[in-house]
Design a protein around this ligand. Sequence first.
Ligand code: SF4
Length: 236
Amino acid sequence: MNDVGYKEFGYDGNGEAGDVLRWALEKFHPKIAIACSFQHAVLIDMAVRINPEVRVFSIDTGRLPEETFECAADIENHFGIKIEWILPKQDSVEKMMRESGPFSFKESLDARRGCCAIRKVEPLNRMLSGLDAWITGVRSDQNVTRKETRKIFRDDAHGDVIKVNPLVDWNYDQIKDYVKARKLPYNSLFEKGYSSIGCACCTRAVESGEDIRAGRWWWENPEHKECGLHVRNWDI
Ligand code: SF4
Protein backbone atom coordinates (compact mmCIF):
# COMPACT_ATOMS: atom_id res chain seq x y z
CA MET A 1 0.00 0.00 0.00
CA ASN A 2 1.41 3.34 -1.01
CA ASP A 3 1.25 5.22 2.30
CA VAL A 4 4.78 6.65 2.12
CA GLY A 5 3.28 9.91 0.87
CA TYR A 6 2.48 11.21 4.31
CA LYS A 7 4.49 9.01 6.68
CA GLU A 8 7.77 10.16 5.16
CA PHE A 9 6.86 13.67 6.25
CA GLY A 10 6.12 12.67 9.82
CA TYR A 11 2.35 13.11 9.64
CA ASP A 12 -0.10 10.30 10.15
CA GLY A 13 -2.73 11.74 7.84
CA ASN A 14 -5.38 11.96 10.54
CA GLY A 15 -6.95 15.09 11.95
CA GLU A 16 -9.70 17.56 11.18
CA ALA A 17 -9.86 19.22 7.78
CA GLY A 18 -8.28 22.43 9.09
CA ASP A 19 -5.41 20.54 10.74
CA VAL A 20 -4.65 18.62 7.55
CA LEU A 21 -4.78 21.81 5.53
CA ARG A 22 -2.51 23.70 7.94
CA TRP A 23 0.04 20.88 7.87
CA ALA A 24 0.02 20.78 4.08
CA LEU A 25 0.28 24.55 3.57
CA GLU A 26 3.06 24.93 6.14
CA LYS A 27 4.94 22.03 4.60
CA PHE A 28 4.63 22.82 0.90
CA HIS A 29 3.67 26.45 0.23
CA PRO A 30 4.29 27.96 -2.35
CA LYS A 31 4.64 24.65 -4.20
CA ILE A 32 1.13 23.59 -3.27
CA ALA A 33 -2.19 24.77 -4.68
CA ILE A 34 -5.90 24.10 -4.28
CA ALA A 35 -7.64 22.65 -7.33
CA CYS A 36 -11.05 24.32 -7.51
CA SER A 37 -13.97 23.41 -9.76
CA PHE A 38 -16.09 26.26 -8.41
CA GLN A 39 -18.82 24.31 -6.76
CA HIS A 40 -18.21 25.90 -3.34
CA ALA A 41 -15.41 27.66 -1.47
CA VAL A 42 -15.12 25.67 1.77
CA LEU A 43 -11.46 24.71 1.28
CA ILE A 44 -10.47 28.19 0.11
CA ASP A 45 -12.18 29.72 3.13
CA MET A 46 -10.22 27.46 5.49
CA ALA A 47 -6.97 27.95 3.58
CA VAL A 48 -6.92 31.76 3.34
CA ARG A 49 -7.28 31.96 7.09
CA ILE A 50 -4.15 29.82 7.43
CA ASN A 51 -2.23 31.49 4.60
CA PRO A 52 -3.76 34.45 2.69
CA GLU A 53 -1.25 33.78 -0.10
CA VAL A 54 -2.65 30.32 -0.80
CA ARG A 55 -2.63 29.41 -4.48
CA VAL A 56 -5.83 28.31 -6.23
CA PHE A 57 -5.97 26.91 -9.75
CA SER A 58 -8.70 25.69 -12.07
CA ILE A 59 -8.98 24.09 -15.48
CA ASP A 60 -11.03 25.93 -18.07
CA THR A 61 -11.94 22.93 -20.20
CA GLY A 62 -13.67 25.09 -22.80
CA ARG A 63 -17.01 23.44 -21.97
CA LEU A 64 -17.75 24.86 -18.51
CA PRO A 65 -21.16 26.34 -17.68
CA GLU A 66 -21.51 30.11 -17.34
CA GLU A 67 -22.51 29.68 -13.70
CA THR A 68 -19.09 28.21 -12.94
CA PHE A 69 -17.30 31.31 -14.24
CA GLU A 70 -19.71 33.48 -12.25
CA CYS A 71 -18.87 31.48 -9.13
CA ALA A 72 -15.15 31.87 -9.87
CA ALA A 73 -15.55 35.64 -10.11
CA ASP A 74 -17.54 35.69 -6.86
CA ILE A 75 -14.81 33.69 -5.12
CA GLU A 76 -12.07 36.00 -6.40
CA ASN A 77 -13.98 39.02 -5.11
CA HIS A 78 -14.94 37.45 -1.81
CA PHE A 79 -11.42 36.40 -0.84
CA GLY A 80 -9.36 38.91 -2.80
CA ILE A 81 -7.50 36.13 -4.58
CA LYS A 82 -6.55 35.56 -8.21
CA ILE A 83 -7.33 32.19 -9.81
CA GLU A 84 -4.52 30.51 -11.76
CA TRP A 85 -6.45 29.32 -14.84
CA ILE A 86 -5.03 26.59 -17.02
CA LEU A 87 -6.35 25.66 -20.45
CA PRO A 88 -6.04 22.62 -22.70
CA LYS A 89 -3.55 22.69 -25.56
CA GLN A 90 -5.19 24.43 -28.50
CA ASP A 91 -3.81 22.05 -31.14
CA SER A 92 -5.12 18.98 -29.27
CA VAL A 93 -8.61 20.45 -28.93
CA GLU A 94 -8.66 21.53 -32.58
CA LYS A 95 -7.60 18.08 -33.74
CA MET A 96 -10.27 16.35 -31.65
CA MET A 97 -12.98 18.77 -32.78
CA ARG A 98 -12.06 18.48 -36.47
CA GLU A 99 -11.70 14.71 -36.47
CA SER A 100 -14.49 13.70 -34.09
CA GLY A 101 -16.83 16.65 -33.69
CA PRO A 102 -18.08 18.43 -30.59
CA PHE A 103 -19.99 15.48 -29.10
CA SER A 104 -17.50 12.63 -29.50
CA PHE A 105 -17.61 12.03 -25.75
CA LYS A 106 -21.07 10.47 -26.16
CA GLU A 107 -19.87 7.83 -28.62
CA SER A 108 -17.99 5.51 -26.25
CA LEU A 109 -16.24 5.37 -22.88
CA ASP A 110 -12.87 5.59 -24.64
CA ALA A 111 -13.96 8.67 -26.58
CA ARG A 112 -15.24 10.31 -23.40
CA ARG A 113 -12.01 9.52 -21.57
CA GLY A 114 -10.11 10.85 -24.57
CA CYS A 115 -11.92 14.17 -24.32
CA CYS A 116 -11.28 14.35 -20.56
CA ALA A 117 -7.62 13.51 -21.19
CA ILE A 118 -7.23 16.46 -23.56
CA ARG A 119 -9.40 19.00 -21.79
CA LYS A 120 -8.67 18.08 -18.17
CA VAL A 121 -5.87 15.64 -17.47
CA GLU A 122 -3.13 17.11 -19.67
CA PRO A 123 -3.63 20.66 -18.29
CA LEU A 124 -3.71 19.25 -14.75
CA ASN A 125 -0.47 17.34 -15.26
CA ARG A 126 1.15 20.48 -16.67
CA MET A 127 0.10 22.42 -13.57
CA LEU A 128 1.19 19.69 -11.17
CA SER A 129 4.60 19.41 -12.80
CA GLY A 130 5.46 22.69 -11.06
CA LEU A 131 4.08 21.66 -7.65
CA ASP A 132 5.06 19.33 -4.82
CA ALA A 133 1.48 18.88 -3.63
CA TRP A 134 -2.11 19.63 -4.52
CA ILE A 135 -5.25 19.99 -2.47
CA THR A 136 -8.67 18.82 -3.62
CA GLY A 137 -12.21 18.77 -2.30
CA VAL A 138 -12.74 15.07 -3.08
CA ARG A 139 -15.07 13.34 -0.61
CA SER A 140 -15.66 9.63 -0.11
CA ASP A 141 -19.46 10.08 -0.21
CA GLN A 142 -19.39 11.37 -3.79
CA ASN A 143 -19.27 8.12 -5.72
CA VAL A 144 -18.37 4.44 -5.54
CA THR A 145 -15.03 5.36 -7.17
CA ARG A 146 -14.12 7.59 -4.20
CA LYS A 147 -15.26 5.45 -1.26
CA GLU A 148 -11.81 4.63 0.08
CA THR A 149 -10.04 7.86 -0.80
CA ARG A 150 -7.45 8.96 1.74
CA LYS A 151 -6.71 12.34 3.25
CA ILE A 152 -3.07 12.33 2.16
CA PHE A 153 -1.21 10.07 -0.20
CA ARG A 154 1.46 10.07 -2.87
CA ASP A 155 -0.29 10.63 -6.19
CA ASP A 156 1.83 8.61 -8.60
CA ALA A 157 -0.70 9.02 -11.39
CA HIS A 158 0.09 12.71 -11.71
CA GLY A 159 3.85 12.89 -11.58
CA ASP A 160 4.58 11.83 -8.01
CA VAL A 161 3.04 14.76 -6.14
CA ILE A 162 1.40 14.59 -2.73
CA LYS A 163 -2.38 14.76 -2.87
CA VAL A 164 -4.24 16.23 0.08
CA ASN A 165 -7.99 15.67 0.48
CA PRO A 166 -8.94 17.45 3.73
CA LEU A 167 -12.70 17.01 3.23
CA VAL A 168 -12.59 13.31 2.48
CA ASP A 169 -14.79 12.36 5.45
CA TRP A 170 -17.23 15.26 5.06
CA ASN A 171 -20.67 14.75 3.58
CA TYR A 172 -22.84 16.88 1.34
CA ASP A 173 -24.88 18.31 4.24
CA GLN A 174 -21.73 19.40 6.11
CA ILE A 175 -20.59 21.28 3.01
CA LYS A 176 -23.97 23.01 2.72
CA ASP A 177 -24.01 23.89 6.44
CA TYR A 178 -20.47 25.32 6.27
CA VAL A 179 -21.25 27.39 3.18
CA LYS A 180 -24.38 28.77 4.85
CA ALA A 181 -22.73 29.49 8.20
CA ARG A 182 -19.79 31.29 6.59
CA LYS A 183 -21.94 32.98 3.90
CA LEU A 184 -19.62 31.71 1.18
CA PRO A 185 -20.03 31.96 -2.60
CA TYR A 186 -21.30 28.80 -4.29
CA ASN A 187 -22.32 27.70 -7.75
CA SER A 188 -25.90 28.79 -8.50
CA LEU A 189 -26.50 25.50 -10.38
CA PHE A 190 -27.00 23.90 -6.96
CA GLU A 191 -30.26 25.83 -6.76
CA LYS A 192 -31.35 24.20 -10.03
CA GLY A 193 -30.99 20.63 -8.76
CA TYR A 194 -27.32 20.00 -9.53
CA SER A 195 -25.29 18.25 -6.82
CA SER A 196 -21.96 17.91 -8.67
CA ILE A 197 -20.81 20.19 -11.46
CA GLY A 198 -18.37 19.69 -14.31
CA CYS A 199 -18.54 20.50 -18.02
CA ALA A 200 -21.97 21.76 -19.11
CA CYS A 201 -22.47 19.08 -21.74
CA CYS A 202 -21.63 16.23 -19.35
CA THR A 203 -23.55 17.36 -16.27
CA ARG A 204 -27.26 17.42 -15.51
CA ALA A 205 -29.41 18.06 -12.45
CA VAL A 206 -30.18 15.03 -10.28
CA GLU A 207 -33.56 13.63 -9.29
CA SER A 208 -34.52 13.21 -5.64
CA GLY A 209 -32.90 10.01 -4.29
CA GLU A 210 -30.19 9.84 -6.93
CA ASP A 211 -26.49 9.69 -6.00
CA ILE A 212 -24.57 12.96 -5.71
CA ARG A 213 -22.66 12.29 -8.93
CA ALA A 214 -25.54 10.70 -10.83
CA GLY A 215 -25.73 13.80 -13.01
CA ARG A 216 -22.14 13.46 -14.21
CA TRP A 217 -21.81 11.42 -17.46
CA TRP A 218 -25.29 10.10 -16.64
CA TRP A 219 -25.21 7.70 -19.57
CA GLU A 220 -22.27 5.73 -18.06
CA ASN A 221 -22.03 3.13 -15.28
CA PRO A 222 -21.25 4.56 -11.79
CA GLU A 223 -17.83 2.87 -11.64
CA HIS A 224 -16.73 4.81 -14.74
CA LYS A 225 -17.64 8.27 -13.42
CA GLU A 226 -14.14 9.72 -13.18
CA CYS A 227 -12.39 11.97 -15.64
CA GLY A 228 -8.82 11.01 -14.78
CA LEU A 229 -8.16 13.88 -12.38
CA HIS A 230 -8.89 11.76 -9.33
CA VAL A 231 -7.42 8.35 -9.94
CA ARG A 232 -7.69 5.60 -7.36
CA ASN A 233 -3.98 5.06 -7.13
CA TRP A 234 -3.11 4.89 -3.45
CA ASP A 235 -2.76 1.12 -3.40
CA ILE A 236 -1.34 0.27 -6.79
S1 SF4 B 1 -16.46 16.26 -18.88
FE1 SF4 B 1 -17.22 15.95 -20.99
S2 SF4 B 1 -16.70 17.80 -22.20
FE2 SF4 B 1 -15.59 17.87 -20.23
S3 SF4 B 1 -13.60 17.06 -20.74
FE3 SF4 B 1 -14.79 15.31 -20.00
S4 SF4 B 1 -15.84 14.41 -21.80
FE4 SF4 B 1 -14.99 16.41 -22.40
